[in-house]
Design a protein around this ligand. Structure first.
Ligand code: SF4
Length: 690
């Protein structure tokens, strides 16, 4: 039956996925029910279309009560089957319980753990399942008050880059304003693939920018294929490539000596290193021809140029050094502090947009700086009963995302480890929890989104009631806090009070209601050059290419011109980038998407495949000291010889081996920030016996 048109209403909201785009969304409702979720044609980013993955998921699984978690669940069977089975756990492991009972029991068990082992034995593992402020940050009020150990979120993704940029610029979170692309003669995208991770920036922002585009990526991604120049270095040679570019820039008189003398510390120490670089050798080490290095250097240096430093760039054993080396380019060419120039890693400085992160996270509730462990050590810590008695998992699916997958799974099977998981869906990780708490989706509560690419603030609007008994993340932790006797105002404030306080403290002259009415606002209203005030938050107040702080931390004072060794004989370097149809592990349970993903594959260069007598469609045994996987071979000339690609983010339940590519990731750390070096993993590949 067709509803009268008058029963139709259209609401706006914002996509809060861990994605550069933060699209504007239209929600169509008929007779009070959501019937469609679409891209907002009036939104400057989405321009009428969501990406395929969100368009699929938000119109199916995300609103389907049969697929969502709708009630709190309590484990009723042991986690370990005791038979070494790798089969996934199932619904029979749990029984539904009321919120009152779940909260009371969890609070009681936490109190007893705190009494016996201390709050630090409770681990808090979370990441970016949603990046909206209330659902993504405010639950930290509970953990700060409790005094738990934080599993440092960024160590799974981008911590090395943050540390490296802080050494040099004093910040990693204040990048260029993408609106300044209109003034750029050149845009370099280094180690990012907007086609997969920023689909609208790929479709609109990059092609509409008037400047030439240079993409640096070991893989000829769709972004690289469309660029004016694609530099394709062997993984691990990015620092050498940065030095090669600088050696051309120096040789050809393109160093901005005036900018450097006023704003850069360390050029005198570095100049002789750059002058001594052997361009031919660096070209050989990187695999990038000299003529392309020269062409790129001549395009970038005169500028104005933008440099987008991707997160993939620093997920290597020497990822921090790579980031420091690449980040010298804007400093030494003066591609900063003026329109159309600058670099961007993540625009994550919330205070720049008036948002009070300390208030949001309840930082003052912590009696001491919370102890921290790296995601790289999560399996170790969970295997150690002295260090871990309870684990919270929210906004992430660690069994799919973290390294040492087989060991992690074994550790999560500890029946003496209280695991509480908060999620929208039953995941690989919730399957091993003691309590599973159903979270509301972004369509079901009000919030604010502060994108990490575009400098804006956007309203996430409640457009429907939560499905079943699901609750917003913050409400779950507020209830838990109150059950534990926390009586601070942070455990009584309502969501709307927090949103209003955030907006009134912002100085932007907006309330949450006016933000809602506008959908999004730019902050600042007009684009400004990065570091327009020419102030750098370092010890010297200058850009510190030579860093005393790095030296004090036991690192080289200067970025190093180096390449990682090529893989050991017969091995391949395994890259596990994002798939365009997945976002971390989000969407790995969406049926249409799993069909589209098909079997788990390994991309090989045809010559590497031939060396191993492998053809397209063969089953390959991929292994290293950490684990093994059977993957279907796909051939591609888009990757260099010596490199293999297996995308991240598949759910373990999708594959017979109940494992994904993290089964091969031993969790080795990068040189800075205890961060992941997942793109430095080496594997052997051979024909699998069927
Ligand atoms: S995931 Fe990114 S591209 Fe897709 S709808 Fe959300 S913000 Fe847009």
């Amino acid at each position: 039956m067709t509803e009268p048109a008058s029963h139709e209403e259209t609401l706006t909201t914002t996509c809060p996925r861990d994605c550069y785009d933060s699209c504007g969304i239209l929600v169509i409702k008929r007779a009070g029910l959501v019937t469609a979720v679409r891209g907002d044609p009036d939104h400057p980013v989405s321009r009428g279309a969501l990406c395929g993955k969100c368009s699929t998921a938000y119109n199916r699984e995300w609103r389907d009560p049969r697929r969502r978690l709708t009630q709190p669940l309590k484990r009723v069977r042991p986690k370990s089957r005791g038979d070494g089975s790798t089969a996934p756990h199932d619904d029979a492991d749990f029984e539904p319980v009321s919120w009152e009972r779940a909260i009371a029991e969890i609070a009681g068990r936490l109190e007893s753990i705190v009494d016996s082992y201390g709050a630090r034995s409770i681990l808090n593992a979370h990441y970016t399942g949603t990046i909206s402020l209330l659902a993504g940050i405010a639950p930290m009020r509970f953990f700060n008050r409790l005094g738990t150990t934080e599993v440092t979120p960024d160590t799974i993704c981008n911590m090395a880059g943050h540390v490296a940029l802080r050494y040099m610029y004093g910040t990693s979170l204040d990048g260029f304003d993408p609106r300044t692309a209109k003034d750029a003669a050149c845009i370099v995208v280094w180690g990012a693939n907007p086609h997969a991770s920023a689909p609208h920036a790929h479709e609109h922002w990059l092609p509409e920018a008037p400047g030439k585009v240079i993409v640096v990526d070991p893989i000829r991604t769709p972004t690289a294929a469309e660029a004016d120049i694609h530099l394709q270095p062997f993984p691990g040679s990015d620092a050498a490539l940065a030095f090669a570019l600088l050696s051309v820039i120096h040789r050809d008189g393109l160093i901005d000596e005036s900018f450097v003398s006023r704003h850069v510390q360390g050029w005198e120490e570095l100049r002789s290193v750059i002058a001594a670089c052997d361009l031919g050798r660096l070209a050989e080490a990187t695999g990038v021809p000299v003529r392309l290095i020269e062409k790129a250097a001549h395009l970038y240096a005169p500028g104005p140029s933008l440099l987008w430093l991707g997160q993939g760039l620093q997920r290597q054993v020497t990822g921090g050094n790579v980031m420091r080396a690449c980040a010298m380019l804007p400093a030494l060419t003066g591609n900063l502090c003026k329109p159309g120039a600058g670099f961007l890693y993540l625009n994550g400085n919330l205070s720049q947009r008036g948002m009070d992160e300390g208030y949001l996270s309840g930082a003052h509730l912590a009696q001491a700086a919370p102890p921290a462990v790296s995601h790289m050590d999560l399996a170790d810590v969970l295997e150690d009963r002295r260090r871990s008695r309870a684990l919270f998992v929210w906004n992430m699916n660690p069994l799919g995302s973290c390294p040492n997958q087989a060991r992690l799974r074994g550790a999560l099977e500890r029946d003496d480890l209280l695991t509480v998981a908060v999620d929208l869906f039953p995941t690989d990780s919730t399957a091993l929890a003691d309590y599973v708490l159903p979270a509301a989706s972004f369509l079901e509560f009000d919030d604010i989104v502060a994108p990490y690419f575009n400098l804006s603030l956007a309203a996430q609007n409640k457009v429907m009631e939560p499905i079943g008994e699901a609750l917003p993340n913050l409400e779950i932790f507020r209830r838990l806090g109150r059950a534990m006797g926390f009586d601070e105002v942070e455990f009584h404030d309502t969501d709307s009070e927090i949103l209003e306080t955030l907006m009134s403290r912002s100085g932007l002259g907006e309330s949450f209601e006016t933000l809602k009415a506008k959908g999004m606002i730019w902050v600042p209203k007009d684009p400004a050059p990065q570091f327009a005030q020419r102030v750098f938050d370092t010890q010297s107040g200058r850009i510190e290419i030579a860093s005393d702080r790095a030296a004090a931390d036991g690192l080289p004072r200067l970025p190093q011109c180096r390449s990682d060794p090529r893989p050991a004989a017969g091995n391949l370097r395994l890259l596990s980038p994002a798939h365009a149809w997945l976002l971390n592990t989000t969407f790995g349970n969406v049926q249409k998407i799993t069909v589209r993903l098909g079997q788990a594959t390994i991309l090989l260069h045809p010559s590497d495949a031939a060396d191993r007598s492998l053809c397209e469609g063969d089953l390959a045994l991929v292994r290293n000291r950490c684990g093994r996987l059977d993957l279907t071979v796909a051939l591609s000339e888009d990757i260099p010889r010596g490199v293999a690609v297996a995308h991240k983010g598949r759910w373990l339940t999708q594959d017979a081996a109940y494992a994904n590519v993290n089964a091969l990731n031993p969790g080795s750390k990068s040189d800075m920030g205890e961060s992941t070096s997942v793109h430095s993993v080496e594997v052997s590949v051979e024909a699998a016996s069927r």
